[in-house]
Ligand binder design. Structure first.
Ligand SMILES: C[S@@+](CC[C@H](N)C(=O)[O-])C[C@H]1O[C@@H](n2cnc3c(N)ncnc32)[C@H](O)[C@@H]1O
Length: 192
């Protein structure tokens, strides 16, 4: 999404350096060393991609914002990253041991989130975990809301049930963890 190009320099001044790291590392700790992990909507790579790399994994970043990716390449020059849309991950089937997406899916309308789940599921190996943040509103509509970051308007969408939406697109919900006022984390897994 183009909006992140407009706030790429401001974003790291607002984003904490710890949020999401423990959750991402907890998933990574269940994987063998040097596992291939896709960071979907990686942004500038700090702190989550960086933490996964430092934990000994082979991380690939994916993001649609050219400006965020320029910062990523500066922050993590040895880590591969691609400019792409999460709805169309440009990787071979079954090529990742895990995927993580912090702070991205809620910008996509329900149908686009569904496309992203299908795309991420396709590139995961059987049994691979996918940890993401999102928002659920039971009985909510598809209209979404608008929020602002540093004066730039961003769309936000909740879905009625991630258990249902992910199941329809190749992933099984295995855990939900709410960090009040911060994020809700959904841990899914591709079936074996
Ligand atoms: C809130 S930032 C989170 C960045 C990073 N994951 C973090 O934890 O700081 C959301 C990121 O998702 C990216 N993004 C939004 N929609 C996308 C899409 N459809 N495909 C790929 N990246 C997307 C944005 O460019 C932005 O870098």
């Amino acid at each position: 999404m183009r909006e992140y190009d407009l706030i790429a320099d401001w974003y790291p001044t607002d984003r904490g350096r710890t949020v999401g790291v423990a959750e991402a590392l907890a998933v990574a700790a269940t994987l063998p060393d040097r596992s291939r992990i896709l960071d979907v909507g990686c942004g500038n790579g700090v702190p989550i991609t960086e933490a996964l790399v430092n934990a000994g994994h082979c991380v690939v970043g994916l993001d649609s914002s050219a400006e965020m990716l320029a910062l990523f390449r500066s922050n993590l020059p040895d880590t591969p990253v691609v400019r792409a849309d999460a709805r169309r991950c440009p990787f071979a089937n079954g090529s990742f041991d895990a995927a993580i997406s912090w702070g991205m899916l809620f910008h996509l309308a329900r149908g686009d989130q569904a496309a992203a789940f299908a795309s991420v599921s396709r590139v995961l190996k059987p049994s691979a975990p996918f940890l993401f943040t999102g928002a659920e509103i039971d009985g909510g509509d598809d209209a979404g809301i608008t929020g602002t970051m540093n004066g730039v308007a961003f769309p936000y969408y909740a879905v009625p049930s991630y258990r249902t939406l992910t199941a329809e697109h190749g992933l099984v919900l295995v855990d939900v963890h709410d960090d009040p006022g911060v994020s809700t984390y959904y841990l899914t897994r591709k079936p074996a």
